[in-house]
Ligand binder design. Structure first.
Ligand code: MG
Length: 252
């Protein structure tokens, strides 16, 4: 079931998403060598609560794992997604760090992610981040009423392949709004012209997760890592489909 949101619901989703956009601006000023990911997590939780929201990932359950303990997912270097914030994970000059956050406000959800550079990063890391962000924007441009989910997947996947990178296996975007994860799944590669038809009023989280060396992933508890230890980047926005196209909701 893919939910079309009412104008009243969209207002609430918009408010949850705005908190995330603002939070990312603040986090951007805190990313420095020597900072640990637990500090980032504490800041994020206080920020979200002060804005009248609640962390949506904290306490999230999947079978076989303890409830997710963080407000943020903090995923450095070869960690693709779902890294757990920790005092032991200290940012180093030259790292890249993916930060993913969900917020619930008045019963409605937003979800977004960014990858940040810690100080000066390698050209290789910089190119990966740039291509991943481009893949997100190209995917968003393909998300218009009348198109299909496969058009988004194809647009993202083609860009990733053209750059010589790999979308992480089994990790997809999704509908968002009434729940953190709704239908449809939005894979980061696929066939144009296939999948559910897109309509105005849908709210979607589009999120390319892009690896340098291989599409293969390995799991350790919550964390997904690139199987060959190469770098991975992740950018995500929650968007609203409108009759005019699409609108990014998770900007500041
Ligand atoms: Mg998501």
């Amino acid at each position: 079931m893919i939910y079309l949101k009412s104008p009243a619901e969209i207002t609430k989703i918009r408010a949850a998403c705005r908190i995330i956009g603002e939070l990312f601006e603040e986090l951007g000023t805190m990313i420095h060598a020597g900072v640990n990911t637990w500090e980032l997590d504490r800041f994020a939780e206080s920020f979200i609560l002060a804005k009248g929201g609640k962390p949506a990932f904290k306490g999230y359950r999947v079978p076989g794992l303890k409830p997710f303990p963080g407000t943020l997912c903090t995923s450095p270097n070869s960690v693709i997604v779902h890294g757990i914030p920790s005092k032991k994970v200290i940012l180093n000059e030259g790292d890249i760090i993916g930060i993913d956050v969900g917020v619930i406000k008045d019963g409605y959800y937003g979800d977004a992610a960014r990858t940040y550079a810690v100080g000066q990063i390698s050209e290789e890391a910089c190119a990966l981040m740039e291509a991943t962000h481009e893949a997100l924007m190209i995917g968003i441009a393909a998300a218009v009423p009348g198109a299909r989910v496969g058009d988004i997947s194809h647009a993202i996947g083609s860009h990733i392949a053209a750059k010589g990178y790999f979308p992480a296996d089994d990790l997809t975007g999704h509908g968002v709004g009434r729940e953190l994860h709704e239908e449809p799944q939005i894979p980061n590669s696929g066939r144009a012209g296939y999948g559910p038809r897109l309509e105005a009023g849908m709210t979607l989280a589009i999120e390319p997760m892009v690896n340098i060396g291989t599409n293969r992933v390995k799991e350790k508890g919550w964390e997904f890592m690139v199987a060959d230890g190469s770098l991975s980047a992740h950018f995500e926005h929650s968007i609203l489909l409108t009759n005019a196209g699409s609108e990014i909701l998770t900007n500041a």
